[in-house]
Design a protein around this ligand. Structure first.
Ligand SMILES: Cc1cc2nc3c(=O)[nH]c(=O)nc-3n(C[C@H](O)[C@H](O)[C@H](O)COP(=O)(O)O)c2cc1C
Length: 345
């Protein structure tokens, strides 16, 4: 049984979000209350296939001890590069490969990837087939309803379903709509019908404007044929959104502290032992030069401190004095400065 067949129904997924759902943030969410499945941020297949880009791609494809089961999401437009990355993902410890055919970013689309695939369905199919034949892992797809016209979903999703992906995530908006209009829940029954007619074994995942665990259950009552629900931006309002728990100020501050600690640990690089089959053997240790056998791996995280500040609002929010505390934290230039402020609150 592949991972998609092992998940409960309905299952919940943290949406892949570039610059957000990295190896640090996934560990924070796992600590708050993990979803049934994680996805990585998307990784460019041509970057992985090039000598220059390989290290960066591998950094994005690092897996934390609390990540599995986790799906690697990839994007690009070169079918050979889809093969190359897909063939490596099993040994890196992933449970599946997801192809991003929905990103609306203009640089990504200009490069022919993400939602641009909607306009080149033959190429999309070729990339899917290449990925599929290069790995034993299940291959899934995440996409939108269409490029600009809402009705495109009928043809586009039918083309994808005819390839029998292990799972299909539909973000219920067109590329043109970005995230500016409410998700088109009214189309769910029609999409279920398409899935049932063309590829009943494909797990159907709905994405767009889902608030939390309770909201996902509500939608599941309404649409029991949907297998899973994917939550993206709501995690910014509530990092506990995969549970029914309402966090206290203390719990939110502990999450912030955890995020800061993880940042320190990963930017300093540390070692973890990995069994040959990719399973974790030992927990992380500081990179002190003690561990040196061939199957150990150094972890790295090369982002600077500034982008880390974007996360502060997630934790320092919705409690009295949050705004003032956040303003102080935004003035900081290092983890130690931020920790000092937290200690004194
Ligand atoms: C900051 C940000 C980064 C994103 N990066 C990705 C990505 O790497 N891969 C992807 O498939 N979707 C990406 N998305 C789209 C989300 O996965 C999701 O489809 C979208 O936010 C709609 O879900 P929501 O309404 O629950 O947020 C991104 C969204 C945001 C806000």
């Amino acid at each position: 049984m592949n991972i998609w067949q092992q998940l409960p129904k309905p299952f919940l997924i943290l949406a892949p979000m570039e610059g957000v759902t990295d190896i640090l943030f996934r560990q924070v969410i796992a600590s708050a209350g993990r979803p049934d499945l994680f996805f990585t941020e998307f990784t460019n297949v041509s970057s992985y296939a090039s000598e220059k880009g390989r290290a960066n791609a591998l950094e994005r494809l690092q897996i934390a001890p609390t990540d599995p089961p986790i799906i690697a999401q990839i994007w690009g437009k070169n079918p050979d590069h889809f093969s190359e990355v897909s063939s490596a993902l099993l040994s890196l410890g992933f449970s599946g490969v997801d192809l991003n055919f929905g990103c609306p970013d203009k640089h990504v689309n200009k490069a022919g990837g993400g939602a641009a695939m909607i306009k080149t369905p033959e190429l999309a199919v070729e990339c899917f087939r290449n990925a599929h034949k290069s790995t034993e892992l299940p291959v899934s797809i995440k996409t939108r309803l269409g490029w600009s016209d809402l009705n495109e979903y009928k043809t586009w999703l039918s083309i994808l379903l005819a390839e029998h992906p292990a799972a299909l995530t539909v973000h219920l908006r067109t590329k043109k709509e970005m995230s500016k209009v409410p998700a088109h829940y009214e189309l769910i029954p029609d999409i279920i019908k398409l899935r049932d007619e063309i590829s009943p074994e494909t797990k159907l995942i709905i994405n767009g404007d889902i608030r939390d665990h309770a909201h996902a259950l509500e939608l599941h009552q309404q649409y029991p044929e949907v297998d899973g629900f994917m939550i993206g931006r709501s995690v910014f309002q509530n990092p506990y959104c995969f549970t029914d728990h309402i966090p206290t100020r203390k719990e939110l501050m502990e999450l912030l502290k955890l995020h800061l600690d993880l940042y320190e640990k990963y930017t300093n690089g540390f070692l973890r032992s990995i069994a040959t089959n990719g399973e974790l053997l030992a927990s992380a240790t500081r990179n002190d030069g003690l561990a040196r056998s061939g199957d150990e791996k150094t972890y790295s995280y090369t982002s600077s401190y500034e982008p880390l500040k974007h996360f502060f609002k997630i934790y320092v929010n919705n409690f009295p004095g949050a705004k003032e505390l956040r303003a102080k934290l935004m003035e900081t230039h290092s983890v130690s400065e931020a920790c000092e402020i937290i200690k004194n609150t």
